[in-house]
Design a protein around this ligand. Structure first.
Ligand code: SF4
Ligand code: MG
Length: 298
């Protein structure tokens, strides 16, 4: 992170502190969630987004337990359902920034249907996929993203299946923004989150997240040896989806991080809904109390 950004954060420490809580932290020591939460608060501060202008939506899981570790409007929803929850909020009131967070279990098993339709509809939300390659909250069972051969709780002889490739799946859904970061690099994560916050449609951001307690196969050092910055790749065109699809195919040797694909020309869901065209109001402004009880209606 360059000096100007550090200075800007120092000058805006009060804005940063509005997201801090004194509630008890329940994550394990060295958990990647600390870095993600920190980067998110930094990005919001740098983008001058205040606490009352943002809604944080959390799925179930270790990442979901971030809901009581950040100050602001938070919803901790049902397992696998955070994208539909966040999309509803964003459609009801586009004046607020809606951020949804879920782990690899919730995103690519319980809620994969919501992910598919969230991306293809381009709902105006920022979505953080915390990929720590296991179900951490329930003590380390394999997820659809666990590396083949890993010995996990419930799979003592090793996982038989190949892991899904999350970004390859998302890139097949005509997305408008796809990025990847690494939980061990907070300054880089901050800059990617800033870009995602500015995006008008569905901003899918995967965080390769360390889980020192249960993911022994790909610990933090495993990622440090492999991650590379997309900015350093010559002739890479962030607007070319086939460049992105090619680069994300490798999940083991050279793992590129940064904004990998962006389509600013695509109109998000709200821009496409005919019934909302020309209206100045938001759905939340139009809510009326309707008496449905026969006794009250008289
Ligand atoms: Fe973090 Fe893993 Fe512990 Fe969950 S189990 S809090 S993801 S280190
Ligand atoms: Mg997980």
């Amino acid at each position: 992170m360059d000096k100007n950004i550090l200075q800007k954060l120092a000058e805006n420490s009060e804005k940063y502190m509005q997201f801090e809580t004194d509630r008890m932290i329940t994550w394990c020591g060295m958990c990647g969630n600390f870095g993600v939460q920190n980067a998110l608060k930094r990005a919001l501060t740098l983008e001058n987004i205040s606490r009352n202008e943002v809604l944080f939506c959390y799925d179930i899981g270790c990442s979901g337990n971030g809901s009581d570790k950040i100050e602001g409007y938070t919803i901790h929803g049902l397992h696998g359902r955070v994208i539909s929850l966040a999309a509803g909020a964003a459609i009801a009131n586009s004046r607020i920034k809606v951020i949804a967070e879920a782990g690899d279990g919730a995103t690519f098993s319980e809620g994969v249907n919501h992910l598919i339709h969230g991306v293809r509809n381009d709902y105006p939300i920022m979505f953080l996929h915390h990929n720590n390659q296991n179900y951490g909250l329930t003590t380390g069972q394999a997820s659809a993203c666990t590396i083949k051969g890993a010995k996990m709780n419930g799979a003592p002889y090793g996982v038989y299946e190949e892991p899904l490739n999350p970004l390859q799946i998302v890139l097949s859904l005509n997305p408008s923004f796809v990025a990847r970061c690494f939980s061990g690099d907070v300054p880089h994560m901050t800059s990617v989150f800033q870009e995602a916050l500015k995006h008008k449609g569905f901003a899918f951001v995967e965080v390769l997240q360390s889980c020192p307690t249960y993911n022994k196969e790909t610990p933090e050092d495993w990622y440090r040896e492999r991650v590379k910055f997309i900015e350093d790749k010559k002739d890479y065109d962030v607007k070319n989806i086939w460049d992105a699809r090619k680069i994300v195919d490798d999940q083991e040797k050279e793992i590129y991080i940064g904004v990998l694909y962006r389509n600013e020309e695509r109109e998000n869901f709200l821009k496409c809904v005919q019934g909302r065209k020309g209206l100045e109001t938001e759905l939340v402004d139009e809510v009326e109390r309707v008496v449905i009880s026969p006794a009250e209606r008289g």
